[in-house]
Write a protein that binds this ligand. Structure first.
Ligand code: GDD
Ligand code: MN
Length: 404
């Protein structure tokens, strides 16, 4: 028995173990993907399976995990976290009568990520594993995942997108595209090939140390990679099988949730740069609002001065609301009227800075330069924008603590 870092132990000699990268191909010593590694893992392991209306799959997944348990993971518990499916799932678990399998039923909350976190908190094992309950993920690779943790990896993913990994053919083009786009959007945080995977393993101590987890939506694995700042992340190829029973719970709503989740992760990872980007994007949207209202008022044949003023006021209001809701959403519970007054103040100051800088540059450095006035205006706009941003970020929408 050996002990490395925080992880518990794996009792196996190397010549008995297939390396993860080779696991997908035939091995000279006769092992193939899908077969169990002939090892005995002594570490205590908790598998957490979030379920919602998976009654038909429960006995099947327990059966497959039981095989793994008998062969090499004797110290294993299985925890289902069910969000009150009321489809006989509880009875199905009870009927099995296995002391290493239990089901937690939540009645106050619904959601895949929060269910997984709930299960991890209740888990007793030193190693935590999360997997789907619809048999999409092969429990047979769990021993390899634990070996990878024991050899120094901090987070191990069952991955579809590394050599040897695959997804079943019936994946529609839309679902495939969706998964790919989501993966590309998360590239700034991690170079992992399959950060969207819902099949992963980590140490309980690392999970316990993770601060401010924000379990929104489906991608709890990505959340953990980013928030725990894992450096050593390994991927083990899996074949992601299509579910046979029941249907996917991944709705359009969940996919929109993912965009929300991504935005929060970007703010977490890139802080003020992300706030600024959103502020600038809202500013650009204000131009569109301004022009739209201007056009509308002109069409209503109001005097031109009133039309211009209408455009400005409309964009000021829409910018304020969008910034409060999106850019500085952490401060959206503050007093809206005070914030509005502050926003208008900061905007006016920003405008004066804009004007001052443009006038100054035009009269000095840019004098006589072709298109100098435009260059001066552009510098004015940029400085005004930064000034405006800083005023809003640190005065109007200030906060002592940003929940990222
Ligand atoms: N407790 C609970 N609460 N469980 C849920 C909920 C919920 O609100 N929604 C879904 N689940 C469970 C399902 O019962 C299933 O066991 C697992 O979470 C995955 O749900 P599916 O509905 O089968 O998801 P999927 O197959 O579309 O998505 C899977 O693949 C994605 C990658 O393509 C999941 O593994 C995702 O995590 C993964 O990102
Ligand atoms: Mn599924």
């Amino acid at each position: 028995m050996c002990r490395r870092g925080n992880s518990e132990v794996i009792d196996a000699s190397m010549d008995q173990i297939a390396s993860p990268a080779d696991a997908a191909i035939d091995q000279p010593h006769g092992m193939r993907y899908g077969e169990l590694a002939r090892i005995e893992v002594l570490a205590s392991v908790s598998i957490v399976v979030p379920t919602y209306r998976e009654v038909e799959n429960i006995p099947l997944i327990v059966e497959r995990i039981a095989r793994v348990r008998n062969e090499c993971l004797s110290n294993l518990e299985l925890i289902f976290v069910d969000d009150n499916s009321a489809d006989g799932s509880v009875e199905a678990v009870e009927a099995l009568g296995l002391d290493w399998v239990r089901m937690i039923v939540r009645t106050d909350e619904r959601g895949l990520s929060s269910a997984v976190i709930h299960g991890f908190r209740a888990a007793r094992g030193a190693v935590l594993v999360c997997m789907d309950g619809d048999l999409s993920h092969p429990p047979e690779v769990i021993p390899q995942m634990i070996l990878a943790l024991d050899s120094g990896q901090q987070f191990v993913i069952g991955s579809r997108y590394v050599p040897g990994g695959s997804t079943d053919d019936d994946w529609g083009i839309l679902r495939w595209l969706n998964s790919r786009v989501a993966t590309v959007l998360s590239r700034p945080f991690t170079s992992v090939r399959d950060p969207m995977s819902g099949f992963f393993a980590l140490r309980k101590t690392d999970f316990d140390a993770a601060a401010n987890l924000d379990p929104v939506g489906y991608k709890i694995g990505l959340e953990l990679i980013v928030k725990c700042d894992f450096e050593n992340v390994a991927e083990i190829p899996i074949r992601f099988a299509d579910r046979v029973h029941g249907e996917s719970k991944l709705s359009l709503k969940e996919q929109l949730q993912f965009l929300r989740h991504l935005r929060r992760l970007y703010v977490h990872a890139f802080g003020n740069a992300m706030h600024f980007l959103q502020f600038a994007a809202v500013g650009a949207s204000g131009v569109v609002v301004n022009f739209a209202v201007l056009t509308l008022l002109l069409w209503m044949q109001l005097p031109e001065a009133a039309c211009l003023a209408g455009g400005i006021v409309a964009s000021l209001i829409s910018n304020f609301l969008l910034n409060r809701r999106i850019t500085f959403s952490y401060a959206r519970h503050g007093n809206i009227w005070l914030q509005f007054v502050g926003f208008v103040g900061a905007s006016s100051l920003g405008m004066m800075v804009n004007y001052g800088v443009a006038l100054y540059l035009n009269a000095t450095w840019l004098q006589g330069v072709p298109y100098g006035l435009y260059a001066a205006a552009l510098c004015g706009i940029t400085t005004g924008l930064v000034f405006n941003f800083l005023g809003n970020r640190y005065l109007v929408f200030r906060t002592r603590y940003i929940r990222r």
